[in-house]
Ligand binder design. Structure first.
Ligand SMILES: Nc1ncnc2c1ncn2[C@@H]1O[C@H](COP(=O)(O)OP(=O)(O)OP(=O)(O)O)[C@@H](O)[C@H]1O
Ligand SMILES: [Mg+2]
Length: 263
């Protein structure tokens, strides 16, 4: 059986349409294990659809996706639900349950996904994770009592609490000020380095993508038009990529940042 080579997630020739709207067109990507992998591109170009297709929230029309040696696109819904436990995802709007406290929000996946019932153990896990995201003691707070940045961090904690192997972030910094954005970007780096997770991050923050990602894929109208080390994107001759990066920051800064990434 063909499984492709390398990578914790392999996407091969995946296409996805909604009616006449062809959103993903023959997308192939390999996400290396324990990498920080950024997906960038204009709004409405299929970035969120790509992630949702990988985690099985949407079904690809064609193409194949593997997680390690398991072909996700060949699994039944039931099998996929089991395999999906290896994935955590922090959505674009960090949707916490408003009617639950922080503790209840974090306990929810422990109960529902992992089937944990031991209250003391649940309490302890929640407490430890809140300390790890540097928000200790906020268990009894309600989501509306938190700042936007705190909500995002709790959203990340909720995605982490079931011990996934891959964490997907859909625009974790959108709507945050530069200082808070930095906090969240640093959190992504810590998730990667300290917990050893593979992090796949959709972002509009191009300088951050160049700073923290080991690889970057550029999606344009459903096509991957560039994919590789930050340096190779910085040097891309593709007009769309060049334009996008020029607008995002001046080319000198792109090269400088990419230099630091060359390992
Ligand atoms: N469930 C759905 N049903 C129908 N069309 C959808 C669905 N989800 C996404 N689309 C369409 O797919 C296209 C890509 O959407 P997607 O959310 O992936 O964009 P994006 O790159 O994440 O944009 P943004 O940067 O604004 O978040 C859009 O045209 C959108 O309308
Ligand atoms: Mg999106």
């Amino acid at each position: 059986m063909e499984t492709g080579t390398g990578g914790i997630i392999r996407i091969r020739n995946v296409s996805k349409s909604f009616g006449k709207n062809r959103v993903l067109r023959d997308v192939s990507l390999t996400i290396p294990e324990k990498s920080v992998y950024a997906v960038i591109g204009q709004s409405g170009t299929g970035k969120s659809v790509l992630i949702k297709t990988v985690i099985g929230m949407l079904k690809a029309d064609s193409g194949r996706i593997w997680f390690r040696d398991q072909e996700l696109t060949a699994l039944s819904i039931r099998e996929m639900n089991r395999v999906r436990r290896n994935f955590g995802y922090a959505f674009q709007n960090a949707a916490l349950f408003d009617s639950m406290t922080v503790e209840e929000n974090l306990a929810f996946p422990l109960r529902e996904v992992l089937g944990l019932r031991d209250r003391e153990l649940i309490k302890k896990k929640v407490q430890e994770l809140l300390a790890w995201i540097e928000l200790p003691g906020i268990e009894s707070k309600w989501p509306h009592e938190l700042s936007g940045g705190m909500r995002k961090r709790v959203g990340v904690a909720r995605a982490l609490i079931t011990n996934p192997q891959v964490l997907f972030f859909d625009e974790p910094t959108t709507g945050l000020d530069p200082v808070l954005s930095e906090t969240i970007n640093n959190l992504v780096v810590r998730v990667n380095r300290e917990l050893g997770l593979t992090c796949v991050m959709i972002t509009h923050d191009i300088p951050a993508a160049f700073r923290i990602a080991g690889r970057i894929a550029f999606l344009d109208q459903g096509y991957i038009i560039a994919d590789g080390l930050p340096r190779s994107l910085a040097e891309s001759e593709h007009p769309m990529v060049k334009d996008f990066l020029r607008i995002s920051f001046d080319q000198g800064a792109v090269n400088e940042r990419a230099e630091g990434q060359e390992t």
